[in-house]
Design a protein around this ligand. Structure first.
Ligand SMILES: N[C@@H](CCC(=O)NCCCC(=O)O)C(=O)O
Length: 255
């Protein structure tokens, strides 16, 4: 099979006197090396994107992490700059993209900011600065200029027995990295919890009754996808779903 295409979200950033629609290399590298797919960046052009044309041309969607937070006004929150930075162009692209991909049965892997977008897109809410809540662990990265240190695997998560992730790992507890200060507050109606942290923070979800792989993780499997087995398994499972979607699409086209 030719290398199937996966649409990847982009962050809008200004630097070197330009405005960029960009995605970090770690996600793209994991897509190619661990999932065996070709990532295709989707500019954050919001409603100017014909989602059906895009989703007819790809066999998966991957939402990356980002320092920016989802605009709180999208889930009934206050437009408070203290919980920024925001990336409203990305929000205007990813939230409708998520809903349409799920409707069309296009496999979806949502990472960190991506799981938060997934929850908001389907009607849930987010909590800001969760480390300030009594009893909540600090889920932020350690202060460091070294990305390997920031994305170090250091937190236990418990996998839901019988869930869609349970079959991926050889244990019901895995170790993950953690680089976030927001978290799922009210879970969207059509999402199922697939993993939780020791403090109860939701660490993974799946879309109930999804037509294809539709998973969000709060941690970063892309970062150690070449060396950490649970990370590898998530990308392998996503790649398998993408290839199954591609085969079905080609069969339908040939019919
Ligand atoms: N901004 C959200 C989502 C966190 C996220 O996607 N982190 C990715 C890496 C960001 C970094 O390098 O600091 C939140 O903080 O919850």
């Amino acid at each position: 099979m030719a290398q199937p295409l996966v649409a990847v979200s982009t962050d809008v950033k200004e630097f070197e006197n330009y405005r960029w629609h960009a995605a970090p290399d770690q996600y793209l590298e994991a897509a190619v090396s661990a999932a065996g797919v070709l990532p295709v960046l989707v500019p954050s052009f919001g409603e100017r994107i014909d989602l059906d044309s895009l989703l007819a041309a790809v066999d998966g969607v991957m939402l990356t992490g980002a320092k920016s937070n989802v605009d709180p006004t999208l889930y009934g929150g206050a437009d408070d700059e203290k919980n920024g930075p925001y990336d409203r162009q990305r929000d205007s692209t990813t939230l409708p993209l998520i809903r349409r991909a799920i409707e069309r049965g296009v496999p979806l892997l949502a990472i960190c900011r991506g799981i938060q977008e997934l929850n908001v897109a389907l009607g849930g809410t987010l909590a800001a600065e969760i480390q300030e809540r009594p009893g909540t662990l600090d889920h932020r990265a350690p202060e460091s200029a070294d990305q390997d240190e920031r994305f170090a695997i250091r937190q236990k998560v418990t996998i839901r027995t019988g869930g869609c992730l349970a079959g991926l790992f050889k244990a019901d507890e895995i170790q993950v990295n953690s680089v976030h200060r927001q978290g799922i507050d009210r879970l969207a109606p059509n999402l199922r919890v697939e993993a939780v942290a020791p403090d109860g923070v939701i660490e993974a979800v799946s879309v109930a009754n999804a037509r294809a792989f539709a998973v969000g993780v709060q941690w970063h499997p892309e970062y150690w996808a070449k060396s950490d087995e649970p990370s590898q398994r998530i990308f392998e499972a996503f790649g398998e779903a993408v290839r199954a979607h591609a085969a079905a699409r080609m069969k339908a086209a040939a019919a």
